[in-house]
Design a binder for this molecule. Structure first.
Ligand code: DGL
Length: 272
């Protein structure tokens, strides 16, 4: 039966908004409730236990809004706690790893795929394991890019900025040398740096944006389970954060690709 309940999307902070942007495009008639854990970002440098605990609190907050699906729009959470979330949540769950891996396997021609993500994502080998399960012959090259996250959070994103270019070159050089033809942007912050990343990697390398693939996958799951909304009006998303909304609003427009005229509400995530 169709459901007008919202889709709950969360991330450690702002990065998940790159996924929300794609959700709004792919599923305009679905209500999106977004939680960004801006008070505890970054997750990518934390222990597995901390990431796991945060992820379940974030999901509980969304469930308190009666969401019909939970999406971890965060490479780190999907990598470290995805299996457990899928198993334990009472509604359908998706992270960003599986949808992205499916697309990468389809897209690569030379079967040499690069992954960039946070330190925790790369240490988990989540993308690599998934890709090699889908195609055991595929060669996967992983690279943690921890400095990309603060660059994005601080708006140092211009493809012509020497700092952005230098950091991109430092991280991407080994992947370029390996001759990958496909590069997974395994962290939801990274699509914001797409310009600098693609300039460095060159035109022959396809960049895969986890947000878009996840939105398409979520739409498929909801359709299969007959949970898509039957409301034909365009919905306005709701935004919640765990730190002051001011900082969030300033940078959120950049991630969403549109002016951030929505209200943003601060909540106490430790209560969940
Ligand atoms: N958005 C997070 C991810 O996709 C990166 C930021 C963080 O370290 O929390 O992994």
């Amino acid at each position: 039966m169709a459901s007008r309940n919202a889709i709950g999307v969360f991330d450690s902070g702002l990065g998940g908004l790159t996924a929300v942007k794609e959700f709004l495009r792919v599923l305009p008639n679905e209500k999106i409730i977004y939680f960004g854990d801006t008070g505890r970002v970054p997750y990518g440098t934390r222990s597995r236990d901390a990431i796991r605990r945060y992820a379940f609190q974030d999901a509980s907050f969304l469930l308190s809004h009666n969401v019909k699906m939970v999406v971890a729009a965060c490479g780190t959470v999907s990598s470290v706690a995805g299996g457990e979330l899928r198993e334990k949540l009472p509604v359908p769950y998706t992270g960003v790893v599986n949808p992205t891996a499916f697309t990468a396997v389809r897209v690569t021609k030379n079967r040499r795929v690069g992954i960039i993500g946070t330190a925790a994502t790369v240490a988990s080998h989540s993308y690599k394991l998934r890709l090699q399960k889908l195609d055991p012959g595929i060669e996967v090259f992983e690279q943690a890019c921890p400095l990309f996250v603060p660059l994005v959070e601080n708006g140092v994103i211009d493809r012509n900025d020497v700092v952005t270019q230098a950091v991109a070159a430092r991280y991407l050089q080994p992947l370029k040398e390996q001759g990958v033809d496909t590069l997974i942007l395994g962290c939801t912050h990274f699509p914001i740096l797409r310009g600098a990343i693609s300039d460095y990697m060159g035109e022959g390398v396809t960049l895969i944006d986890s947000g878009l693939e996840t939105a398409v996958y979520a739409a498929k799951v909801l359709r299969e389970q007959d949970l898509l909304s039957d409301d034909e009006t365009v919905q306005t998303p709701e935004f919640y954060v765990s730190d002051t909304p001011e900082g969030f609003k300033n940078v959120a427009g950049l991630f969403l690709g549109r002016d951030m005229e929505h209200t943003v509400t601060q909540i106490d995530i430790e209560q969940y």
